[in-house]
Write a protein that binds this ligand. Structure first.
Ligand code: NAD
Length: 422
């Protein structure tokens, strides 16, 4: 098997902890020959694990891209607003690109990257990791095999999980729409991608409602200090009391976001000084905590989509209704239930498919995308996760946000024209 050389831009939570370990576990001939990471601890840790030669260790993406091309492909795992510049530089250098989602918080930048990648014949695979999970691959196959006839409508719910929402969208990197992106893009571009992929059509129009209902100053308990550890009177009952989430001894995500020092003292310091110890009602966040969208696809399929912080489990549930049957999905139970309508009333034949749980991130999606990426680079497998499809699912997210803010139904073709005119 030929060797594939990789460069990593951004050795953070995703790059270092989710994708890179695949190379050590089951490298498929892949190995890292370069890294760019400004955080010294993360950079050194990565170099030690992956044996990157010192001449290819950079502090920033700019330095890495200023050098002649040093790998076959690059993994871009920096923060949302950096993706555009980093992907642009990668395209111009001719790297095959694995790009973290979102492509960019700007619709213009998404389209501009699509044009540039097409012009230079560069493959960009966006990390829509759900596509690579056994559960969604099973659903896709059932649909493609016509198990429920033609899809007519879908009810899809993204149950974010109250603690996951608090970690990422109240205290964490995606709490501010202006600093990162609206929640429907940051979190739900995965759902919009999966829906478009399963439906096999482009979206025609969208309406949407939602706001920030609960995680606001108005809902702060009386006497709540700005940080949980400053003597909060609700410490024993508040579901968001930071020490209960982060002082557990666990070292993996979300505790790993506290920083490199995960000793008790280090965690305490992080909660007293960093973002993850702040009261969830301190009012520094502005992204929605619940949003619904109605989508109509060009092939006539209608979708009712809900994303909400207010759930116990972090899971997606889905009901796909077709002309000859229905599919019900629970990602928490790792279960797909197929019912084919029978003759006469209520005689449907139901078959429950249990999906084997993966030990890896996103129920195997993080592993699956890396495996597939190796095949795409070698030309062994077709790239079915096309960049233009990712751009389209992002445009749906931007259109949904426009619909939410204006209260109007947004026609996607018209919306795209206004983006291109800007
Ligand atoms: N696909 C998914 O399911 C999924 C899940 C979570 C997050 N994400 C996305 O992954 C991306 C990274 O998220 P994360 O949680 O790993 O964040 P992170 O902050 O842990 O990692 C980003 C890393 O980039 C580094 N960096 C900053 N500036 C840089 C530069 N100029 N050059 C090189 N490196 C630089 C940072 O120091 C940091 O280590 C985000 O865009 C996020 O939205 C995707």
């Amino acid at each position: 098997m030929s060797t594939i050389t990789l460069a990593l831009v951004g050795a953070g939570e995703r790059g270092q902890n989710c994708y890179a370990p695949h190379v050590l576990r089951n490298g498929q001939g892949m190995h890292f020959t370069a890294v760019a990471e400004p955080d010294e601890h993360r950079r050194n840790e990565f170099v030690a694990h992956y044996g990157v030669p010192s001449q290819n260790v950079f502090k920033t993406a700019d330095e890495l891209f200023a050098a002649p091309r040093i790998a076959d492909a690059v993994l871009i795992c920096t923060q949302d607003k950096q993706h555009y510049e980093h992907a642009r530089a990668a395209i111009l250098k001719g790297y095959t690109v694995l790009l973290e989602k979102p492509i960019s918080p700007s619709p213009q930048e998404c389209i501009s990257l699509q044009k540039l990648a097409t012009k230079h014949g560069v493959t960009i695979v966006v990390c829509h990791v759900l596509r690579y999970t056994n559960i969604f691959k099973t659903i896709k196959k059932l649909l493609d095999d016509g198990a429920i006839g033609d899809i007519v409508s879908i009810v899809h719910t993204e149950n974010i999980g109250y603690w996951h929402y608090a970690h990422s969208y109240v205290r964490g990197n995606w709490k501010s729409s202006a600093d990162s992106s609206p929640m429907i893009l940051a979190k739900c571009c995965h759902d919009l991608d999966i829906l478009s992929w399963l439906i096999g059509s482009r979206c025609k129009s969208v309406s949407s409602f939602g706001d920030l209902r609960y995680f606001t100053k108005d809902n702060a308990p009386e006497g709540a200090p700005s940080r949980c550890l400053e003597g909060c009177p609700k410490s024993s009952t508040c579901p968001y009391y930071a020490p209960k989430m982060y002082m557990t001894g666990a070292k993996d995500w979300p505790a790993s976001c506290l920083g490199p020092d995960l000793s008790e003292e280090g965690r305490r310091r992080a909660l007293m000084e960093g973002p993850y110890g702040k009261c969830v009602f301190s009012g520094e966040n502005d992204v929605v905590d619940h949003q619904v969208a109605s989508l109509l696809f060009e092939n006539g399929v209608s979708v009712s989509f809900t994303a909400s912080a207010f759930s116990n489990a972090c899971e997606r549930t889905m009901k796909i209704m077709g002309t000859t049957g229905e599919i019900n999905v629970s990602t928490a139970n790792n279960q797909v239930t197929l019912t084919e309508f029978g003759p006469g009333m209520r005689t449907g034949n139901t078959n429950t498919i249990k999906i084997v749980k993966s030990p890896y991130g996103h129920n195997g999606g993080d592993e699956g995308i890396m495996e597939n990426f190796a095949g795409v680079i070698r030309g062994f497998v077709p790239n079915e996760n096309l960049f233009e499809q990712s751009v389209h699912s992002h445009i749906i997210a931007f259109a949904a946000e426009e619909a939410r803010l204006t209260g109007e139904v947004v026609n996607l073709s018209e919306f795209e024209k206004t983006i291109l005119a800007d």
